[in-house]
Design a protein around this ligand. Structure first.
Ligand SMILES: C[S@@+](CC[C@H](N)C(=O)[O-])C[C@H]1O[C@@H](n2cnc3c(N)ncnc32)[C@H](O)[C@@H]1O
Length: 284
């Protein structure tokens, strides 16, 4: 069996937040005419195992066991052993709703884009979970999600993975493509770096060398600034984004992820309801 390993107490915290929103979402949309769709883009196996062998439900199982049901469930997982384990769990434990589930062993960006393009969003609403370990989510995928005007999304933003690509020295050349893909443009360069005042002497030299180039800028970005930048970036494509994203930390108190919530629906009424539920959960 391909068991999924537990990351730490932040894993449980993340799933509690997500599942509480999922249950509220199904309750609020209970009497609406729209079909309700669940999309788990980094689905895992459905189960998570701690180091001492304790098992608890992963996002896929949380969605499948919720008291109220979605009209369709899409799961995407690119690890074939994990996707098979998830499919087996659905076959064995959820056979009565198997016909309204689909498990894809695929890249999340590609498959989610395809799923979105195949749905008529006038008649459907979706809850989407982007629960990646690292920098897998492309900005273009977020743009596609936002354009549906019908999806609520929880995005586990890879805060520490991004921080590791932003060295204090300004030597980020090797990570530029990845950061642009993650954040949608190169505005992070001016947002997180400033001219290195100690190097003004070199300005007078015509022949700027490698040392100068890689030390020209120094990092000037505290975690709260980085957090606010991420939210501002999301607001450039989503009409409504929670201003209360949650840092998930490890037991050494280091920030690992930023759990963000965004609404693509343009209706102020829908935004107000979704945002107040999400903020209430994030505030606890
Ligand atoms: C943090 S885990 C997800 C855990 C899951 N949401 C849960 O609660 O059980 C991330 C998962 O994404 C999968 N993955 C990594 N890169 C992927 C990609 N590009 N497309 C789809 N799945 C991917 C990994 O194999 C892993 O199972």
């Amino acid at each position: 069996m391909t068991t999924q390993e537990f990351g730490g107490s932040w894993t449980q915290q993340k799933l509690n937040i997500f599942t509480d929103y999922l249950n509220a979402y199904l309750t609020v949309l209970k009497n609406q005419k729209f079909k309700k769709i669940y999309i788990d883009a980094f689905a895992g196996t459905g189960k998570i195992t701690t180091k001492n062998g304790q098992e608890f439900d992963g996002s896929a199982r949380c969605a499948l066991t919720a008291g109220k049901k979605f009209d369709f469930y899409y799961f995407v997982e690119n690890d074939s052993a994990k996707a098979t384990e998830l499919q087996n769990m659905i076959d064995n434990e959820f056979s009565s709703i198997k016909s309204i589930t689909r498990v894809y062993c695929d890249d999340a960006n590609e498959r989610v884009t395809q799923i979105i393009h195949n749905i008529e969003w006038k008649y459907n609403r979706a809850l989407l979970f982007l629960d990646s370990y690292a920098t897998q989510v492309n900005w273009t995928t977020l743009e596609t999600i936002a354009k549906t005007h019908s999806i609520d999304v929880w995005y586990l933003f890879p805060f520490s993975a991004m921080e590791r690509m932003l060295p204090n020295s300004g030597e980020y050349k090797a990570y530029e493509d990845c950061l642009n893909r993650l954040l949608g443009d190169s505005s992070w360069q001016t947002e997180f770096y400033k001219e290195n005042p100690q190097l003004s002497f070199f300005d007078s030299l015509e022949d700027s060398n490698d040392f100068y180039e890689s030390n020209r800028r120094i990092k000037d970005a505290k975690p709260e600034q980085v957090k606010s930048y991420i939210i501002r970036r999301l607001k450039t494509i989503f009409p409504c984004v929670s201003d209360k994203p949650k840092f998930l930390k490890n037991n050494r108190n280091s920030r690992l992820f930023l759990l963000c919530f965004a609404i693509s629906n343009e209706s102020p009424k829908a935004q107000k309801i979704a945002l107040s539920i999400a903020n209430h959960i994030l505030n606890r």
